[in-house]
Design a protein around this ligand. Sequence first.
Ligand SMILES: Cc1cc2nc3c(=O)[nH]c(=O)nc-3n(C[C@H](O)[C@H](O)[C@H](O)COP(=O)(O)OP(=O)(O)OC[C@H]3O[C@@H](n4cnc5c(N)ncnc54)[C@H](O)[C@@H]3O)c2cc1C
Length: 429
Amino acid sequence: MGVVSSLTGRTPVAPPPSVEVLVVGAGPTGSAAAIWAARAGLDVLLLDAAVFPRDKTCGDGLTPRAMAEMDRLGLGGWARGHATNTGLRLMGFGREQVIDWPDRAFPTTGSAVRRTVLDDRIRREAITAGATMIDGARVTGIEYDGARVAAAEVTIDGAVHRVACRVLIVADGVRSPVGRMLGRTWHRDTPYGVAARAYIASDRHDDPRISSHLELRDAAGTLLSGYGWIFPLGDGTVNIGAGSLQTAARPARAPMRPLLAHYVDRRREDWELTGEAESFASALLPMGGAVEGVAGANWALVGDAAACVNPLNGEGIDYGLEGARLLVDLLTARGLGADLTRAWPLLLSTHYGPSFALARRLAGLLTLPRFLPAAGPVGMSSQALMTAAVRVMGNLVTEQDTDLVGRTWRAVGRGAERIDRRPLFGASG
Ligand SMILES: Cc1cc2nc3c(=O)[nH]c(=O)nc-3n(C[C@H](O)[C@H](O)[C@H](O)COP(=O)(O)OP(=O)(O)OC[C@H]3O[C@@H](n4cnc5c(N)ncnc54)[C@H](O)[C@@H]3O)c2cc1C
């Protein structure tokens, strides 16, 4: 049975001494993994260092791909009860294109739910599914038995506990402290994002479309490689944010807080923004599988920890939810004793390799100072190009898509994958 512990004003809970599956991190990825593992009848312990409900810096957007996973989890109706959107309004370079979510492999509506609410709901579903959950519980060490992880050291309210496990699922987010203990490395020479969000009251809080501005400029008018967004939350507010792409060789120069303040000013009139922007927060975004060391004999990194974020839009909840399901499917198909060292990076690169390789290349082009000013106006003037871009930016191209966009995306993606200096996710063979 599930246990919820919060340290505030309550007696700390001791974790069980051993479990079959230990999941670190109760963001969407970890909680989804715990749900699937518990539903498969496994004995699951889900831990998070934070006390829930906790915030996570995010645009709060659930793409149709994320909604497909929410539906699988049985939470789609719940999400649609918050905010729904039917597509994207793309703006920039003097143009506007309004594009519906494609009617293909995924639902035709997206959603947007504050992460304080979304993550707590998925976490509670994990408890309902039978996982034991302890929040305020940080994994602070790893104990090995040869190449396998034998146990995790878990610190709760200053007390250190040992939890033995057969499999360790690491869903500890972008900085992945546990992944780093296990040897994960992140390659900053490929594009990564820096993004910031805030909340602000808006009379258009229930607008049926999310909005992306592809011509993002700082207060001095300099064009940046990134985009601004407004995601209506249906609760009187919108999530407003901006993200820019960079690489170690071409770092973005604009500090995020003034950039976002400027963006809010620019959007104030058309989005009927009232009051001041609140809860500003920014974060880094490793993207497109630009990590290696994502698995070992009996452990695997998933979600942001494995850099499963779309390099063109910074979205990763969908890949986190999907990756969690794929990982548990792999574990249940092969058994808990299966060696994940090669199997998991190979599975990740089979599913995401071509898309991420190509998106990384495009993101790299966008960091070149002359590319965006030349390509932006051309792209925005074509409804066909932008319709294709929405599928790409919305994580909506699948391996099964056989139309021109799907075939081109995959073929060019495979080419990009072949010329990548390092294989994505460190996968080989
Ligand atoms: C500004 C911004 C905007 C974004 N907008 C969107 C968007 O609109 N849509 C979208 O799909 N994606 C968006 N993303 C990306 C999205 O936020 C991530 O892809 C998503 O949060 C990944 O979920 P996760 O569960 O893998 O990691 P997280 O949600 O980060 O969860 C990781 C959890 O691990 C816990 N943890 C860490 N270390 C330990 C430890 N040692 N022991 C125990 N627990 C630990 C943390 O407390 C945390 O709760 C955005 C990101 C940024 C920065």
